[in-house]
Design a protein around this ligand. Structure first.
Ligand code: GLV
Length: 325
């Protein structure tokens, strides 16, 4: 036990899966989910060779410079905007994420949010539960159709492509904008057409945001972009808070300049801007796009495999399956 390497696990990511680290590591696993300050991270990483982290754990120079034993950090998420990659490189710390295993579950959820927002499912349910349904009026609760409409996708990686593939069942035209255009063969297989950003904003009946949060994508949808969209449009963000300017979005939704939104992510989450909470034409969920039981377990298992592999153990010894750096 004494000379085993130490690994810190920042929250209860399925204890039975984390237990697979125990034959090799001295495992220090948190029993509750909570946010850690920089000082708390430093205290917990003391003496650790590896860490299994979540998006709330900010791994930056302030942490790394005080965690000299740390060699590898496995994020249990596909996005890793909680990592300062340059700082990790500078400190010689390697890292992994959990791509692929969550692609389809996340794409499914993007559609759940889109349908709920466009057809006003959340607001109608709240209204019904509040006892307002006294008789049916033919002309109320009117939403926007999905079938036959134009779906826009901003960011066209694995999840964007999986969303696009699902659109064929709704006979939708799919347009997308991405920094790099897909190969013609992939475009054809997902039945999506590349357009510039202005066209995407102007022509989308429903716009899905599926791009990573970087310095360039911060507030990439702000007041000007929202003004360029159709007032009948729906906006869905399953990517990251901070990609959308939540204040500008709430104003557009409140003033009828945008019909509806479905949001799974928020700038500063778990806090949600009060202006969004006050609106009935936005469907809000607590960052759960990858949350099916099977997928969340697969994400934890992939993170564990990455840690084992980095230190020369398990089925991928020496080659972490989804190493980023
Ligand atoms: C979730 O947001 C993820 O990046 O996996």
């Amino acid at each position: 036990m004494g000379d085993k390497l130490k690994v810190w696990v920042s929250r209860p990511f399925f204890p039975d899966i984390i237990a697979r680290l125990a034959p090799v590591f001295d495992v220090h696993a948190e029993l509750q989910s909570r946010a850690f300050s920089t000082d708390e991270l430093v205290a917990r990483l003391h003496g650790m060779a590896a860490a299994v982290t979540g998006l709330a754990d900010r791994i930056d120079d302030r942490v790394l410079s005080r965690a000299p034993h740390l060699k590898f950090v496995a994020n249990v998420s596909v996005g890793y905007n909680n990592f300062d990659i340059d700082a990790m490189r500078a400190h010689g710390v390697a890292a992994s994420n959990t791509p692929d295993v969550l692609t389809d579950t996340t794409a499914d959820y993007a559609w759940a949010l889109l349908m709920a927002a466009a057809r006003r499912v959340g607001a109608a349910e709240r209204w019904l539960r509040a006892g307002h349904w006294q008789g049916t009026r033919f002309d109320e609760w009117l939403g926007m159709d999905l079938h036959g409409s134009t779906l826009g996708i901003l960011g066209m990686g694995r999840i964007g492509q999986a969303i696009a593939r699902r659109a064929s069942g709704f006979d939708m035209r799919v347009i997308y904008h991405n920094r790099s255009r897909l190969d013609a063969g992939i475009e054809q297989s997902v039945n999506a057409h590349h357009v510039d950003k202005a066209t995407l904003l102007r022509e989308s009946d429903h716009l899905m945001l599926v791009l990573p949060l970087t310095a360039e994508s911060h507030h990439v949808i702000g007041a000007a972009e929202l003004a360029a969209m159709k007032p009948t449009a729906t906006l869905v963000n399953i990517a990251r808070g901070g990609i959308v300017d939540d204040v500008a979005l709430a104003a557009a939704l409140g003033e009828g300049r945008l019909a509806a939104a479905g949001l799974d992510v928020f700038e500063g989450e778990p806090a949600v801007h009060g202006a969004l909470l006050a609106l009935d034409n936005v469907v809000l969920s607590p960052h759960i796009a990858s949350a099916s039981g099977r997928t969340r377990r697969a994400m934890a298992a992939l993170a564990v495999d990455n840690v084992l592999a980095f230190f020369g153990h398990g089925p991928h010894a020496g080659k972490p399956p989804s190493r980023i750096i």
